[in-house]
Design a protein around this ligand. Sequence first.
Ligand code: ADP
Ligand code: MG
Length: 326
Amino acid sequence: ETVINRIAAGEVIQRPANAIKEMIENSLDAKATNIQVTVKNGGLKSIQIQDNGTGIRKEDFEIVCERFTTSKLTEFEDLSKIATYGFRGEALASISHVAHLTIQSKTINDKCAYKASFVDGKLKQGPTAIAGNQGTLINVEDLFYNMSVRRSALKSGAEEYQKVSEVVGKYAIHNVAVGFGLKKFGDHNDIRTPPNSNYIDNIRTIYGNLIARELINFNVDNDVYKFKAHGYMTNVNYSTKKFNFLLFINHRLVDCHGLKKCIDQVYATYLPKNMHPFVYLSLEIDSKNIDVNVHPTKHEVHFLNEDQIIEALTSAIETKLLGSNN
Ligand code: ADP
Ligand code: MG
């Protein structure tokens, strides 16, 4: 049973960056306005996430790492929404199967914080009373300590740090109200965005001024296919070899190759050969139109009327691009 759980957990948690993505989403769900990520060896040795969100009640520590246990079900009347948002109660359970997991948390109503450690989906020690601020501090140590093949496949801490930094940077840009920090243990922050920031400042902080000074804002509100989109994209004065495409659908960082390709094609007419733009796009569609058969940990998504929505988005982007090019 433990081995099967471990294999399943290894499907959900593949590397430090996606463990961190899951935990950032939990912090955002808990309404945190500050999220600090600290890693050792790119997160392979340790990951620490501190937030100032609503916290976990002492009595919930018992079940927080049980598979398919979530505190978020009651907020949603619609099963498809639950699946879409990945509210399946799998992230912490999975982490506890493939790493040493410690959680410390304090709610606004508790006088002190509580700390507990977890193994294989179960509470191992605690919760013990401890001094602490409101919010949650999660410690993940020795990722894949019990999966030697997986562990040795991820050998470079520097490479993992690069992926962690991409994820944290993208969430930092998208969540303008929330302050984000990322650092290596014992070091200064490599990423630091303040709470109540704005998109352009955040993009400048993460991607630099060469991009930030060439941004065009766009907004699309489509009644026919019932979607809303907003974002920032570079004008024709900027181009780079790698297409930086930040896509959030309903506030989750995802991939959509079809959309990415079409936007790149729009730019191809205006940019030098083999050069690409920077595009940050936040798309909101009715969650019942997202393909719920795609497991939430799979980043590639599909949605109803995909071709029509992509068409509407790319033509809106082209119009904006043309408007900025005269
Ligand atoms: P899910 O997010 O799908 O509910 P998770 O395994 O990611 O499942 O988290 C399990 C539960 O643990 C959440 O439903 C939530 O109640 C609690 N939790 C996890 N992280 C936090 C956090 N940072 N702040 C408050 N509660 C949290
Ligand atoms: Mg979660």
